[in-house]
Design a protein around this ligand. Structure first.
Ligand code: ZN
Length: 277
């Protein structure tokens, strides 16, 4: 092997420096190219993203309008079903039900002051009776409450009555459709005075709603009979006109539903009409 010379070392160093610069220039060239491509694609991607957004938005609009269209059409179909349910509910009511409220019908809870006084009927109609009472409560000062109790033929399906909580009377199993707390005062005389002054304006909204429900009820029972809906009737009471329909859930364990209008209750009889799922 030849001997290494200083010239050689120098020449190598120069060559390295040159290669270095050359390499750097080439690398820079590709770097610029990369940036250029990167920019190009970024623009393309942005444009594509933009186009994608626009297309998706327009599809979403179409989808929403289809949803609205079908919701609307379904709602239209439901109107008839809801009306039929309403009519069936009306037909299933027992117009002979006794709705009178006895003066001693109120039972005070054991936590409250023992006091009951009836002020008579505030409203007395065929299918709704409202009686007003003064009852004791558990407050230390305003220990008398003016309350209204109502019994109505119309169920929750037909009319939403007010049912206030926190009144110190026992209400379960008494068939009250509405229970309204009107005023608490310190003496019964003050409450009577209050009642006499304001009774013309009490529960007017409820009474209006009732009048409307009554008009519809009378129309429905005049225009329809249970037989018009024969194919929707799933169970019938053998003793009275009470029935269940395909809109009622089928009784558990295949047990017949009871007709609660009799004492003791009576089992209803299957008609053969299937319950709709
Ligand atoms: Zn019955």
């Amino acid at each position: 092997m030849d001997k290494i010379t200083v010239e050689q070392v120098q020449a190598n160093r120069e060559a390295i420096s040159k290669l270095h610069d050359e390499g750097e220039a080439a690398r820079k060239g590709w770097q610029d190219k990369r940036q250029e491509v990167d920019r190009e694609y970024r623009d393309k991607i942005w444009e594509l993203e933009q186009a994608k957004r626009e297309e998706l938005n327009s599809l979403e609009d179409k989808q929403s309008s289809v949803t609205a269209h079908y919701d609307q059409r379904i709602a239209e179909q439901y109107q008839t079903i809801e009306k039929a349910k309403c009519i069936l509910e009306c037909l299933s009511l027992d117009p002979n039900r006794d709705l009178s409220i006895a003066d001693d019908e109120i039972e005070i809870s054991r936590y409250a002051k023992e006091y009951t006084e009836s002020l008579g009927y505030l409203f007395d109609d065929d299918y709704l009776k409202i009686k007003v009472f003064i009852v004791g409560n558990r407050k230390p000062k305003n220990c008398y409450s003016l309350i209204a109790i109502g019994k109505s033929l119309f169920t929750e399906e037909l009319i939403k009555y007010r049912h206030d909580y926190g009144i110190d009377i026992i209400t379960s199993y008494r068939g009250f459709s509405l229970i309204v707390s009107i005023k608490d005062m310190a003496t019964t005389a003050e409450l009577k005075d209050y009642y006499n002054k304001h009774k013309g304006k009490m529960l007017t909204e409820t009474i209006e709603e009732y009048q409307q429900a009554k008009t519809e009820y009378l129309e429905d029972i005049n225009h329809y009979t249970v037989d018009d809906f024969r194919d929707l009737i799933t169970w019938r009471c053998p003793k009275c006109k009470n029935f269940q329909t395909t809109f009622d859930s089928d009784p558990a364990f295949g047990k017949p539903p009871q007709c609660y209008r009799h004492d003791p209750y009576i089992e209803m009889v299957k008609t053969g009409v299937k319950v709709m799922s």
